[in-house]
Write a protein that binds this ligand. Sequence first.
Ligand SMILES: Nc1ncnc2c1ncn2[C@@H]1O[C@H](COP(=O)(O)OP(=O)(O)O)[C@@H](O)[C@H]1O
Ligand SMILES: O=P(O)(O)OC[C@H]1O[C@](O)(COP(=O)(O)O)[C@@H](O)[C@@H]1O
Ligand SMILES: [Mg+2]
Length: 492
Amino acid sequence: MDSTSKSEPKIVKGDYGYILEDVPHLTDYIDDLPTYPNPLQDNPAYAVVKQYFVNLDDTVAQKIVQHKSSPRGTHFRRAGPRQKVYFESDEVHACIVTCGGLCPGLNTVIREIVCGLYHMYGVTRILGIEGGYRGFYARNTVPLTPKFVNDIHKRGGTILGTSRGGHDTSKIVDSIQDRGINQVYIIGGDGTQKGASVIYEEIKRRGLKVAVAGIPKTIDNDIPVIDRSFGFDTAVEEAQRAINAAHVESESVENGVGVVKLMGRYSGFIAMYATLASRDVDCCLIPESPFYLEGPGGLFEYMEKRLKENGHMVIVIAEGAGQELLSESIRSMNQQDASGNKLLQDVGHWISQRIRDHFSRRHKMVINLKYIDPTYMIRAVPSNASDNVYCTLLAQSAVHGAMAGYTGFTVGPVNGRHAYIPFHRVTEKQNNVVITDRMWARLLSSTHQPSFLSLNDIAEDKKEEESTTSMSNGFANGQEDKLVSKESSSTR
Ligand SMILES: Nc1ncnc2c1ncn2[C@@H]1O[C@H](COP(=O)(O)OP(=O)(O)O)[C@@H](O)[C@H]1O
Ligand SMILES: O=P(O)(O)OC[C@H]1O[C@](O)(COP(=O)(O)O)[C@@H](O)[C@@H]1O
Ligand SMILES: [Mg+2]
């Protein structure tokens, strides 16, 4: 990977503690760029909207809950169409790339970028880059038209293909420059957005009139600032099928135990929401909440109690949970994937085996354990109706932003309003479940599982909480109503 110098964040301060964390604009480094009237003003479909264009000064507050005397705080530029655009329709040559793991909705975002560019702005030259970042210099491209993408939202995966690794900034920007591309739409997770950020920096360094727009993708919902990531809703819904199966299997036999492994490398959002939605789960284990097996307050003690009471139980475990326990018993190999993400040990198999061993050895109790691993099935489905609508808004926001000359930004809803967010804000931290939030407390009270926290842990946590301040809010982070203030994100 090339190292390019990083631009300073664009911060604008206003009255009463107002801060705008703005995104770059092509005019920041190119002088005298001509502007054109937005072609949407002549579009009959949008003629009915009273005030269709977004006011240039509109911004979206990051923190929605305010006290009488609190400063106005951080804001982001509101997404949407602007009266003036910086590209003429026939001048635009756009490209779209998808990177990282699969996620429901990728095809919908591709479709809506193509249709948005074509129908709203009259853009006809749109290239699909195949196979992720390395596709810029090592794979084929495919011309994208509304006809070509018409039905793709009904399919899972990405029609463009994806990959991990292979980010070579100068080769990618060479390819952008050689092909005469001037709008780059990059769909991907935290790693992808870091890649998009260095591409933007290199484009700026070369002084190119090329807008770089990121669309955040992560099934794990681990991207901070935005309310939730697309595909997450679908993933939670799809996980219900696996949990239902585990429940049916476990309640049909004596001492039935259903174990379901769900995705979530560092963040347990899918497991937490799937558990809260299902009501059939007796225990949910996530990376953010360390647990232990043996002894008072441990998982085995709880299982014995639950099986005695109810005759069956369901455990949901996120793939990143309990990794520290696994590395104690299995020699950890510290392997990484091509993007540098840690390769996890299979916690589902491990915990199933430990449970079987425990009950046969210690109790001579016959349990009937069924282990279900639906992880890739959940990721590979097409997006549901609500994610489809969400993907459409994301894609259109990205198109409006690029046409308006903004660059180096990620789009996403912040407290329900779509905004342009500078890359560094979505890559500097990770969104994690905060186990001292009301949402996790709701889960504990619905499953009745132990918190696995000793009194010492709680006291230490409290101390830490007192010295940190609240950061995020928003629906899917589930952190809009904190019990106590705590930084909701952590770096990897
Ligand atoms: N720090 C980084 N700088 C540049 N490119 C990166 C960086 N981290 C990851 N990438 C690239 O982003 C792409 C996707 O990253 P990955 O972590 O696999 O998935 P995701 O974007 O879903 O988190 C890969 O092609 C990878 O090479
Ligand atoms: O496709 P792979 O490499 O097996 O990826 C598995 C990982 O991808 C994810 O689904 C999402 O990760 P990314 O957002 O980084 O793509 C994780 O939950 C999971 O650990
Ligand atoms: Mg990632």
